[in-house]
Design a binder for this molecule. Sequence first.
Ligand code: FES
Length: 255
Amino acid sequence: MKKTENCKLIRKTEIAKGIFDFTIASEDIAAYAQCGQFLHINCGDSTFLRRPISICDAENGEVRFIFEAKGEGTRELAKKEVGDFVDIMGPLGHGFEISDSVKKPVIIGGGIGVFPLYKLAKQLKTANVFLGFRSADRVVMEKEFEMTANTVIVGTDDGSYGYNGYIASAMEQYLNFHECDMIYSCGPMPMLKAVKNIAEQRGIKCQLSLEQRMGCGIGACLVCSCETHKSGADKYAKVCTNGPVFYSEEVTLND
Ligand code: FES
């Protein structure tokens, strides 16, 4: 859905240093948003390009998205206050595929990649969830995932909270003793590569949400191309329209 709408900001919280949790009002986006889709947001007058930000949750006429204010655009967006309006295009992209035939799902997210997985966890209800962060002060949404998932394991790279080490390793250890018939993942590229390898070694289907720089967000500019395993004209896919979610066997993950 390529509609653009001015949406009122109705809640704003800084949930960790520089991480902003926004809820906007939009009946249309809330009605059409699917897990893993994104919004293309005009961050303010000082930035020309829109920024893609994943949908964290959407229901009852409200849409929630969480972002890190680290570039010019997102820092500008973070200055918005409750009552201001945000120019939003969306929901966009191809999100996670959900099937009733999946009985033992695992969700794994890293850093700001945990946010697009929340609506998915709510919808799946029985997922076993792995959330990885750099350090204890970056841990967010643990309680919310616990309210909706079967189990939640939180880890930190520096060992300051929860599992000590990379969260993909925690998932790998879990898979040594538990069945899984689908892995859903979003996060930094090294984590996605590890998840893809682990899934493919074990023959587990795996859906990956790719983070990519974007321009138009609607398939027109090719800024967001990613490499696939196909050849010829299909060698490259557009993350904004073919993704951001792909099956692991479809894409080549480059740094
Ligand atoms: Fe323009 Fe994907 S962002 S084609």
